[in-house]
Ligand binder design. Structure first.
Ligand code: 3H9
Length: 683
């Protein structure tokens, strides 16, 4: 049973207990329907309070059921039953009142909320629209503008805003259930107000709808659900209630079966699985109450800001006073930027900065719980830092390197307590990007790994377990992307055609635009280091551009030309000539958006499969998370590996074989060929 009932005089309290988030499973829908029938049949009951056990009200439909055919009782019928019950129902809501949870609340006669409750219709984030009257009842209750905002963005509003727009009737500061019972007592004997479904829908003119459409379209890009949610709200203002419900339900069922919904559901569960690898189940993490960062460059300053945002006091170590001052001003610039963008008040920014202590003396680290090294990418320099840290820090302090491509086994080779050393690979800007690759060495203890994962939670980041190889998960795949795009340039594609194809695929930026924005010098430095280590790196055109000092936007030229003060990429004759010179006779290929996207993405999938095969990633879904949160891979495609599975792994293999036979890509990896036999990365 997911529902129990208790009584306080003439008030029945129907209480839901379906952990972890009281999702509307088939069982809960049935139990709620039964409760409505029981309450109506009980002459002693004058009013009903509906409340939830645990940390939240109903957080929505049970997403786990979405992969299967819908089963009765259906949610719209449950909401209608509550709405048309003979007795008034008072929804006592707290925590998250989302999706189907909000729809249930809209079926109630009154809504009473605890402070700090979140309300929203996040369905669009799962590639669907509300399916139990959300887009039909909400505009009738809170007006069209507010309903459009909630239904098309998936954003949440808090208790205050909910009260202001008329979504809730009262706020209870003390005990919610007691407050709701008192409220229910106060309405006994009053006529039951008209249900929302019987209210007239507010009207809007054509101008309103066309503006709303262009605004939703520009934000949604290629996600289909937001526009369908808008259409459903609009329809709800133009036809009667029953017809609007039918339209909403059929849109919901249509989208529920769509590829985008399957992809977004996959990401929903992948994001919740990545931070909790089974390998760490039951492993305790060390408590991190203070931290230090060595190196105050772009990356180090971003890490300091992230640690301060999470409330940790931070020591920033630099090699001399001047560098320490520069590091601190890098951190200050980050907080100033946040104030300018309205994300932080000036007082909070000052407080964050005040929590950073700079020092040139490793003696300042005797009592910190965690140190993250973010100095120059040079093995000897990093090893020297860890030698000093080993001498200065407590034996139980966790020491981490933020290297992006050096081998953490070598960096930490000389540390005093190897079990407490690991890689923590942040993505730039480190205070913004959600991804954190957690990279254990051969000697890292599981407790230290668990501490890395706990740190990620503290910083609001999504951690992914990554093994050691050149570039870990993300940058190893990026290396393949870069080499592949250069290969395509030598076979007839242009930088602008490749960028356009990747944007069309759903990336926020093309690979060449992105390099011009970030600067070509960092990758050039990494290529030099890799070649020094004896590795082959294919980048004939990027090498030439760097030789010419074309490092991107900052030098007014890279893969494109830029007019001074203008970030618009313009195709460059210099680059065209370089490509023609290197390509020789090969400039004959014919490409369109689709074939270019395949020729870039499929080798990435193949590399992902090799990464899985080598156990550098624990699960294919972790690679999806890395690509989405580190590199902007479209969420609605489900991430790199999910996308591969949705295309069909055999098709990916076949296409790669065709490309490689013409010298246009590497052959498919063994891991990919093996996975293609079952058409799945999960065996
Ligand atoms: C909908 O309602 C459609 C209707 O309009 C129409 C129907 C006809 N289902 O996120 P957490 C699990 S669509 C199943 O780590 P938090 C989650 O997997 C739905 N399971 O906690 C995890 O499990 P595990 C609209 C769910 O405190 C555990 O709960 N609603 C669901 O950080 C804890 O989750 C949404 O989209 C679910 N709906 O955040 C809301 N939700 O421990 C989705 C969670 O085994 N949920 N789980 O890994 C959320 O946004 C967050 O979970 C929430 C709590 C904010 C509620």
């Amino acid at each position: 049973m997911t529902v129990t009932t208790s009584y306080q005089g003439p008030i029945a309290v129907v209480s839901i207990d379906n952990p972890p988030v009281n999702a509307l499973s088939k069982q809960l829908r049935q139990d709620l329907l039964d409760a409505v029938v029981r309450m109506d049949a009980d002459p002693a009951v004058e009013a009903v309070v509906l409340s939830c056990e645990g940390r939240t009200f109903i957080a929505g439909a049970d997403v786990k059921e979405f992969g299967k055919p819908p089963e009765a009782p259906h949610l719209p019928d449950v909401v209608t039953a509550i709405e048309h019950a003979e007795k008034p129902w008072v929804g006592a809501v707290h925590g998250n009142v989302l999706g189907g949870g909000l729809e249930i609340a809209l079926g109630c006669t009154y809504r009473i909320a605890a402070p700090k409750t979140n309300f929203g219709l996040p369905e669009v984030k799962l590639g669907i629209i509300p399916g139990a009257g959300g887009t039909v009842r909400l505009p009738r209750l809170i007006g069209v503008e507010a309903a459009v905002d909630l239904a098309t963005s998936g954003a949440v509003i808090g208790t205050e805003k909910a009260k202001a727009v008329g979504l809730i009737d009262a706020v209870v500061e003390g005990d919610l259930r007691e407050g709701a019972v008192a409220f229910a007592q106060s309405i006994i004997g009053l006529p039951k107000p008209q249900p929302i479904s019987l209210r007239a829908a507010p009207q809007k003119d054509g101008d309103f709808w066309s503006q709303a459409e262009s605004s939703v379209r520009s934000k949604a890009k290629r996600e289909v659900a937001p526009l369908r949610a808008l259409a459903s709200v609009r329809n709800a203002t133009e036809v009667d209630f029953e017809a609007a419900m039918t339209f909403e339900r059929s849109t919901f069922l249509d989208l529920r079966a769509s590829d985008q919904a399957a992809a977004l559901r996959h990401v929903f569960f992948a994001e919740r699985a990545a931070p909790r690898p089974p390998e760490l189940q039951g492993v305790p993490a060390a408590e991190i109450l203070s931290a230090a960062v060595v190196g105050g460059g772009t990356m180090g300053a971003g890490i300091v800001a992230a640690l301060r945002d999470a409330g940790l006091p931070v020591v920033l170590i630099e090699r001399d006073a001047e560098a320490a001052e520069r590091g601190l001003s890098n951190v200050r610039a980050i907080f100033d930027g946040a104030v300018k963008r309205g994300r932080l008040t000036a007082e909070l920014a000052a407080d964050r900065l005040a929590g950073v202590q700079t020092s040139t003396d490793y003696g300042a680290l005797t009592d910190v719980d965690l140190v993250i090294e973010a100095v120059f990418e040079d093995l000897a320099v990093k090893q020297a830092v860890f030698a000093k840290l080993s001498g200065a820090c407590r034996a139980d302090a966790v020491l981490a390197t933020n290297t992006s491509y050096l081998d953490p086994n070598q960096i930490g080779a000389g540390v005093k307590v190897p079990a407490r050393f690991l890689g923590l690979h942040f993505f730039s800007p480190a205070n913004v990007m959600k991804l954190l690759e957690i990279v254990p060495t051969a000697t890292t203890s599981v407790e230290a790994v668990a501490t890395g994962f706990a740190l990620a939670r503290l910083l609001g980041k999504i951690p992914v377990w990554a093994g050691i190889c050149d570039g870990f998960i993300g940058n190893r795949i990026l290396k393949v992307t870069r080499a592949q795009t250069e290969r395509l340039l030598l076979s007839g594609a242009t930088p602008s055609a490749i960028d356009a194809a990747m944007r069309q695929f759903g990336m926020p930026m093309g690979p060449f635009e992105a390099q011009d924005l970030g600067g070509l010098d960092i990758a050039a430095f990494q290529r030099r280091a890799a070649r020094d280590r004896g590795e082959a790196v294919f980048a004939p055109i990027a090498d030439k551009l760097c030789e010419l000092g074309r490092f991107g936007q900052k030098t007014s030229g890279g893969w494109y030309d830029y007019a001074p003060g203008d970030r618009t990429p313009r195709p460059s004759d210099v680059v065209t000539k370089i490509i023609a010179g290197k390509a020789g006779d090969h400039l004959a290929g014919e490409w369109d958006n689709e074939s270019l996207a395949e020729a870039i993405i499929f080798p990435m999938i193949s590399e992902g499969a090799a990464i899985l095969d080598e156990k550098v990633a624990l699960r294919a879904a972790d690679i999806d998370i890395v690509e989405i949160h580190g590199y902007g891979f479209p969420r609605w495609r489900g991430g790199l590996m999910h996308y591969g599975e949705s295309v069909g792994l055999s098709k990916v293999v076949e296409r790669l074989r065709q490309l490689s036979s013409k010298g246009l890509s590497a052959a498919p990896s063994q891991g990919l060929v093996r996975a293609a036999a079952s058409d799945s990365f999960d065996g």
